[in-house]
Design a protein around this ligand. Structure first.
Ligand SMILES: [Zn+2]
Length: 233
C-alpha cells in the first residue's frame, strides 16, 4: 500500500501516475512509438536522455501522486475535452498556423463547460508536476485540488496555445525538465511547457501579473491566439 495520499481528493492512496504527455497525444502527433520511431526523454540541460520505444513506458508518467479514481473517473471529462481539442489542433494545424487564431466554439458545442474542462485537465497535469518537483511549498495544492473537485477555474492558472516548427523538438515527444519557478515577495510565477511534435501548450501559474496572450476560462467566448513559440523554446 502506498504511504502517500492522493493530492486531489486527499482521501485515497496515491496509486496512479498521471501521464506527463498523454499517450493519445504521443500517438496522434508523433505516430506509433517504436524502435524505428523512438522518443527521448530530455535531460535537465535539454540534451537527449534515454530512448523510449513505447508510449506505454513509465518514463512518460509522473510519480504516483494521485489515486486511480481521481485520475480515471473524476477527471475523465477533463481528459476527453483536451483529447478533442488536441485532435482539432492536429487536423487543422496548417489553417490555424496561418490564421494565428482558433475558435473554441468551432471545436465544442458546450464551449464554456468544455473549455473549463481543458483548463482543469492542465491543472491536474500541473499539480502532478508541482508535486513531482516538491514545489508545493510555493504553490498550494489544496487550491488546485479544490478547483478540480468542484469544477471551477483557478484564478492564477493560464494557458497559451501554439506551435514550434524550428525542428528543435519536432521529432520527439519532449518533456521539459524542471518547471521554471520564480518567487518575488512571496508572489509565485511558474511556467511549464507541454509540447509534443509541433504542438505546444504553455502552462503558467502567476500570482504576480495577468499575462497577455494567455487564455483563462473567463475568456472562452473569444478567439484564442495560436502562437508561434519557435523563437522562445
Ligand atoms: Zn484521489
Amino acid at each position: 500500500m502506498s504511504e502517500l495520499i492522493c493530492w486531489i481528493c486527499n482521501k485515497y492512496d496515491a496509486n496512479s501516475g498521471e501521464h506527463v504527455v498523454k499517450r493519445s497525444d504521443l500517438e496522434l502527433h508523433l505516430g506509433e512509438i517504436s524502435r524505428a520511431n523512438p522518443l527521448y526523454r530530455l535531460k535537465m540541460d535539454g540534451s537527449e536522455g534515454k530512448k523510449i520505444y513505447s508510449s506505454k513506458n513509465n518514463s512518460f508518467k509522473y510519480s504516483k501522486t494521485i489515486c486511480e479514481y481521481c485520475n480515471q473517473t473524476l477527471t475523465q471529462p477533463h481528459d476527453t475535452a483536451w483529447e478533442e481539442l488536441s485532435r482539432h489542433f492536429h487536423s487543422e494545424f496548417i489553417r490555424l498556423r496561418n490564421k494565428g487564431k482558433w475558435n473554441p466554439k468551432s471545436v465544442f458545442d458546450n464551449c464554456k463547460k468544455r473549455m473549463l474542462d481543458v483548463h482543469l485537465f492542465f491543472l491536474k497535469n500541473f499539480g502532478c508536476l508541482i508535486k513531482e518537483f516538491g514545489y508545493d511549498e510555493y504553490i498550494d495544492l489544496y487550491e488546485l485540488s479544490d478547483s478540480i473537485l468542484n469544477s471551477y477555474s483557478n484564478s492564477y492558472f493560464f494557458l497559451a496555445f501554439g506551435f514550434d516548427e524550428t525542428g528543435k523538438y519536432k521529432l520527439r515527444g519532449t518533456i521539459s525538465g524542471k518547471p521554471i519557478i520564480k518567487s518575488l515577495e512571496g508572489k509565485v510565477v511558474c511556467t511549464h511547457y507541454y509540447n509534443v511534435g509541433l504542438m505546444v501548450v504553455i502552462l503558467l501559474y502567476s500570482k504576480r501579473y495577468r499575462p497577455t496572450n494567455f487564455w483563462h476560462p473567463d475568456d472562452s467566448e473569444n478567439l484564442i491566439p495560436f502562437q508561434n513559440f519557435g523563437h522562445r523554446l
